[in-house]
Design a binder for this molecule. Structure first.
Ligand code: PLZ
Length: 451
């Protein structure tokens, strides 16, 4: 028997309520069907089948209401089925669903590009192009940089995540599960160390300057500055462990790129669109990238991604050189306009900062209590704890997985990440209520007590 399905969106009762174990019998039955029909290569954080979602909760097929501290991996920043997303999408879907922007254009696409040009850092003239997924945006940013510079090499970082297509697999650092068995990978991708304060051999205070020296030294010695088309970096790394580079590192890289004619690409797919308390994570230090990739939070859950940047770079590519059947689909553009409108009207950068002001002190208190927590880091509503064997840097992935499972069973969705799988990350919708957030954090705190 499936429970009656409530309507999703912001009117969904904002509560944690467990009617069955998690996952319950209805989800387990659906999971059996899933096992028979869906490929094994797709995995789940938590196999509950969702029937409604809104604000900070997901409701499953058994009627359980779970607190969402993951936002579908930083996507539903405006909340699931947010009011302005639903109204714009509903209007658009009744009007027309597809023309292909390359066949016959429509205003929504142009409007999303205008918004991205306005919101991304820098006062220079900008242009944008739209795609379907984050990986596709990264691929296109590299295409544009290569075309504009006439160079081939791409520099990426340890712990980087840029996607699952062939080029972006090559750019992604972690082998399992993303790359294992999927080679050969695209060439001309060079990896350099990331400024990772918690794990920097010389300690956090020396990290920015030393990492800059190492990175620029490696590029000079092993690639040659004049061969580098682009340097691609997540201003706060996502899948790789929510690594926050120390102040000075990103501005230093941007300067090095400027000096050497290298296109500086900020992959803001996870960190952008209000998540870290600014519109973009690079805003924190006033860094102005040449190109910015966006996806995830931009369209309230519909598939849309963008590349935005200096007009002269974006326009370097010949007509017809960029595109795709669905890129900038009109329904996805309508969703993006609703999402961006919501971010502005509800001042979601401020909401993200307020969430960080609740989460970080509580997590730091937990860290003082439980030595398994080696580091607490992040900004705004993009925050994580890294778990280690007490007193060492040895990653404790088992502890991270156990805590996540304990939270799931108690009705709170938390995600893990990190090259070593030992980081618990929190990415609540930016519209989550304070009480719900508090309750979610209490469940997490209790989970540490059961380790
Ligand atoms: N760049 C910084 O975070 C997507 C990946 C989930 P797509 N991160 C979630 C998974 O296991 O597939 C991501 C990102 C950064 C690029 C991407 C890729 O975005 O929309 O998943 O292609």
């Amino acid at each position: 028997m499936t429970a009656p399905v409530p309507a999703g969106g912001p009117t969904l009762p904002q509560q944690r309520r467990l009617l069955t174990e998690v996952p319950g019998p209805a989800s387990r039955e659906l999971f059996e069907r899933r096992q028979r029909s869906v490929a094994r290569g797709l995995s789940h954080v938590l196999p509950v089948f969702v029937t409604a979602a809104g604000g900070g909760v997901l409701v499953d097929a058994d009627g359980n209401s779970l607190i969402d501290l993951g936002s579908g991996i930083a996507v539903t920043s405006v909340g699931n089925s947010a009011e302005l997303v639903v109204s714009r999408v509903t209007e658009q879907v009744a009007q027309f669903t597809h023309t292909c922007f390359m066949v016959a254009p429509y205003e929504g696409y142009v409007e999303v590009c205008e918004q991205l040009n306005r919101l991304t850092p820098g006062e220079h003239e900008k242009k944008s192009a739209l795609f379907n997924s984050g990986a596709e945006a990264v691929e296109n940013a590299v295409k544009i940089a290569r075309h504009a510079t006439g160079r081939e090499a791409v520099v990426v970082f340890d712990h980087a995540y840029h996607g699952r297509t062939n080029l972006t697999m090559a750019m992604t650092a972690k082998n399992m599960p993303y790359k294992q068995g999927f080679g050969p990978f695209a060439g001309e991708v060079y990896r350099v160390p990331m400024a990772y304060p918690f794990r920097w051999p010389g300690g956090p205070a020396a990290c920015a300057a030393e990492a800059l020296d190492v990175v620029t030294g490696l590029i000079h010695a092993q690639v040659g500055e004049e061969n580098v088309a682009a340097l691609v970096i997540e201003p706060i790394q996502g899948e790789g462990g929510f690594v926050v580079p120390p102040d000075g590192f990103l501005p230093g890289l941007a300067k090095f790129c400027r000096t050497n004619g290298i296109v500086f690409i900020a992959d803001e797919i996870q960190s952008g669109l209000c998540r870290t308390g600014d519109w973009f994570a690079v805003d924190h230090e006033g860094v102005v990238p040449d190109l910015v990739t966006t996806a995830k939070g931009i369209a309230g859950g519909l598939p849309l991604a963008g590349v935005t940047g200096r007009a002269e770079l974006m326009d370097a590519v010949h007509p017809g050189g960029l595109g795709g059947t669905y890129g900038g689909n009109p329904v996805a553009c309508a969703a993006a306009l609703g999402a961006i409108d919501t971010m502005q009207k509800q001042d979601l950068p401020a909401a993200a900062r307020a969430i960080g002001d609740v989460m970080l002190p509580r997590l730091r208190k937990l860290a003082a209590q439980y030595p398994v927590i080696g580091d607490v880091r992040g900004r705004g509503a993009m925050v994580a704890v890294e778990l280690v064997r007490p007193g060492t840097l040895e990653p404790d992935a088992a502890a991270a997985s156990k805590i996540a499972k304990t939270c799931h069973a108690a009705g709170v969705i938390v995600l893990t990440c990190g090259t070593y799988g030992n980081v618990l990350r929190l990415l609540p919708p930016l519209v989550i209520g304070t009480e719900l957030l508090d309750e979610g954090l209490s469940v997490l705190a209790d989970a540490f007590g059961t380790l």
